[in-house]
Design a protein around this ligand. Sequence first.
Ligand code: SF4
Ligand code: SF4
Length: 233
Amino acid sequence: MGAFIPKLDVASFYQHFDVPITREDCGALCSPHNPSGKPFCCDICRAVPVAYRQEWDYLSANTDQWHEWRGDECTEEPVNPKEMRAETPEHLLLLACKGPQACQRQYRASSCRQFPFFPYVTDNYRFIGLAYYWDFEPTCWIISHLDRVTDEYRREFVNTYDEIFNIWPDEFESYAAMSEEMRDFFKEQHRRFPVLHRNGRTVLVSPVSERLQYISVARLRRFGPYDSKEEQR
Ligand code: SF4
Ligand code: SF4
């Protein structure tokens, strides 16, 4: 028997998860550091967007912005899509869009809306806030400027995933697994990682004990090209 896939009101989902992450146009701040000149998360050579299958039904009926990812969209580095498709959970589809010049904001997929974050689930199964996709530490401007994430975005994010997890236990499990992967990565690095807590504050999480320490978000570490004295935005 296939996994349970709930009905999703995608129009409402998008409407309630729409506010920009920061007041700045973060794409304009990261793209100068990408040789292609595109925001990293909108560059198919750097990240392949995903959407729930329910979203694909909605998007394919409403816009021509997307197609199913073929693997040849990154012309410098075409790949055989089979491997990545095999690694992608069944309820998700890999997609490619027409690129940032042709982005229709209202038809961004959920992965565009959540990036660079995912819901962080503790070892004892509590969704406590927003963690980031650690692979993008050296490239994503937001990860180096977590203090710019608005309270409104944090609220929308938390409400969105509270609702999704209420109707979709398997999706909660997926993020619990992703959170565990994050803990393993940071354990190896002997580093704690920040989580934008659902209570509005920011914590550093120990990947070993999961002890939480409240910290001032403005004092968090910066990475890559954003870790310089000249970069004082
Ligand atoms: S989310 Fe990160 S990678 Fe994407 S446009 Fe903003 S700063 Fe760039
Ligand atoms: S749909 Fe827009 S936000 Fe999403 S990857 Fe494409 S250009 Fe970026």
